[in-house]
Design a binder for this molecule. Structure first.
Ligand code: MSP
Length: 544
């Protein structure tokens, strides 16, 4: 049976912004999940990209003496660069200004017009220009007719508009929420959406009047050159336009759309209703995480405290990009609570999990194998009584249970708990070494040759456990784990020099204790450089 497809998406980011930790966070989370799925042998399609048709793009471009196309090209390139830097390996980067997106999105709108799901009407509303979004009278009033996000005054606008018959899908949506508890996650977010759904749904505007000078930017309403498709509506379509071609159709419906809670309503209600109207199956899960804040404070333009890509790059230079990915993936706001990017915490996690954790554990074991067995995985001997006395015969089953937990957590999209299964193995191996004291055994070998077997077995157990831990850690730290595999001559990658080259077998085989892919006696392992140098907590934070 062909492996089940796994299609994961990030929001497409406003091309007017500069990439910051928020964009990188969601994209790294999606990349980590995509790597979990690839490691499991799934056929993965991972989509990210940029949302380019906002009105602001036209105005900013004009202010800078550029065409919207030039301005978007430059900024989309910044997002690509940011994601390359973060070691993100997307399958496709969708720009909404591409013809493939425009043609297909336009065809979907045409279908909705033909079916009567999109119709022409009048719209009066409060427009938040900074967010490209209309607010309801209630929400506008609640915020004193200012933008809830930027605090700038809202504009009252009346427009001839096309509407999407969202109200028609209210019952079907509610039924879908009831039937599929995993449709919107985490649960706190699901309950919020359900609460709002119960208040009833109004039809939503899906077009904007074309303004002089911006005729060429965006997608025109089919058959009406006076109206453009509202940027949010066509942006949502990107998830489908990207795979709406014969070789990619197998990926639809998406397995998971990942985003932050700010844009959940569009993804959990409007997009699914559009899909119902189009007769398309719905995504399995819409996952809305919380926010990253910076050193305990919400990031905002006015505070000027955005953690931009340049700062993340500086962290990467000092601690490695994999360490940055590790922090994002394990300390980030997956779930319902916000998370802090704080330097002191970064160093603490880096030292505990990486430098003193897997890094130290791998070099300890590598060094001992080098010193006592000439850098070769030792021959196995029969079990000695002592193996049972020292308790290391249990290592295999302990590792198996971490692998099972890893899988279970990934299925719940609890990526940090899944990754913690990898660190748990390293911690256990450290404890095993402390308990069995192989360095002491090594000193006694001269007097008792049987001890050599014990030493061999302990180290072989340790090395095999680390090999499996490294598989579990790979999704967050592809480059570091690929370098460990190269040093230990045990790369499961198609190309050991390319961390994105895919796996030679699925995890079920790769992570089998003592199985086909296990470390074999005689196999050379180089002790290599330490994976992570210890960080000095007293050193000031890097600067961009
Ligand atoms: N263009 C729309 C999305 C259209 S999707 C069909 C948009 N773009 S955005 O550039 O504003 O990106 C918003 C997304 O960026 C959030 O949903 C989240 O994924 C990410 N983040 C932005 N700031 C964030 C934090 N402070 N913390 C975590 N993620 C955040 O909305």
């Amino acid at each position: 049976m062909p492996p089940e497809p796994y299609y994961i998406t990030t929001p497409i980011y406003y091309v007017n912004d500069r990439p910051h930790i928020g964009h990188c966070y969601t994209t790294v989370v999606a990349d980590v999940a995509a790597r979990f799925a690839r490691l499991l042998g799934r056929d993965v399609f991972f989509l990210t990209g940029t949302d380019e048709h906002a009105e602001k793009v036209v105005t900013t471009a004009r202010e800078r003496g550029l065409t919207p196309r030039q301005w978007s090209d430059a900024n989309a390139a910044e997002f690509r660069r940011a994601f390359r830097l973060m070691e993100v390996a997307e399958s496709d980067f969708m720009r909404t200004s591409e013809d493939r997106h425009k043609t297909r999105a336009s065809a979907y709108i045409k279908r909705l017009m033909d079916s009567g799901d999109v119709y022409l009407g009048d719209y009066v509303g409060w427009f938040d220009a900074s967010q490209e979004e209309y607010l309801t009278e209630t929400v506008a009033k609640e915020h004193g007719f200012n933008s809830p996000v930027t605090g700038k005054p809202l504009e009252k606008r009346t427009e001839k508009n096309y509407f999407f018959r969202l109200s028609k899908y209210e019952d079907r949506l509610r039924a879908h929420f009831d039937a599929r508890p995993e449709f919107v996650l985490p649960e706190a977010r699901r309950n919020e959406v359900l609460g709002r759904l119960r208040q009833g749904l109004n039809d939503v505007p899906v077009s904007r009047a074309v303004k002089e000078g911006d005729e060429d930017w965006g997608i025109l309403m089919p058959g009406d050159p006076g109206h453009r498709v509202y940027v949010w509506i066509e942006a949502l379509c990107n998830y489908l336009t990207a795979v709406d071609e014969p070789e990619r159709r197998k990926y639809w419906p998406a397995t998971v759309h990942v985003m932050a809670k700010d844009i959940l309503w569009f993804h959990a209600v409007i997009w699914p209703a559009m899909l119902m109207a189009l007769g398309e199956p719905l995504p399995r899960t819409v996952y809305a995480h919380a926010y990253f804040v910076a050193e305990g404070r919400k990031m905002s333009k006015s505070l000027g405290n955005f953690i931009e890509i340049d700062l993340l790059e500086a962290y990467g230079r000092r601690y490695s990009i994999d360490a940055v990915r590790w922090y994002l993936a394990t300390q980030g706001p997956l779930g319902a609570t916000d998370a802090d990017f704080a330097h002191a915490r970064f160093v603490e996690v880096y030292n505990a999990d990486l430098a003193n954790g897997i890094g130290n554990c791998a070099s300890r074991v590598g060094n001992m194998i080098e010193k006592y067995f000439g850098g070769q995985i030792p021959e196995e001997g029969g079990w000695g009584e002592i193996a049972f006395d020292l308790g290391f015969h249990r290592t295999g089953s302990e590792v198996d249970s971490e692998v099972a937990d890893w899988l279970e957590n990934f299925e719940q999209f609890d990526l940090s708990s899944a990754l913690a299964c990898g660190t748990a193995i390293a911690t256990n191996i450290d404890l095993l070494i402390n308990r069995t004291q192989p360095f002491k055994i090594a000193k006694q070998i001269e007097n008792d040759v049987a001890l050599r077997v014990v030493l061999a077995q302990i180290l072989k157990h340790c090395a095999e456990a680390i090999r499996i831990a490294s598989l579990l850690l790979y999704p967050a730290m592809p480059a570091k784990m690929a370098s460990l595999w190269r040093a230990w001559n045990c790369s499961p990658l198609n190309d050991p020099d390319d961390a994105d080259s895919g796996f030679r077998a699925p995890l079920a085989e790769l992570a089998e204790w003592g199985g086909t892919w296990s470390l074999k006696p005689g196999q050379r392992i180089a002790k290599g450089d330490p994976l992570f140098m210890r960080a000095d907590p007293a050193e000031p934070a890097p600067t961009a």
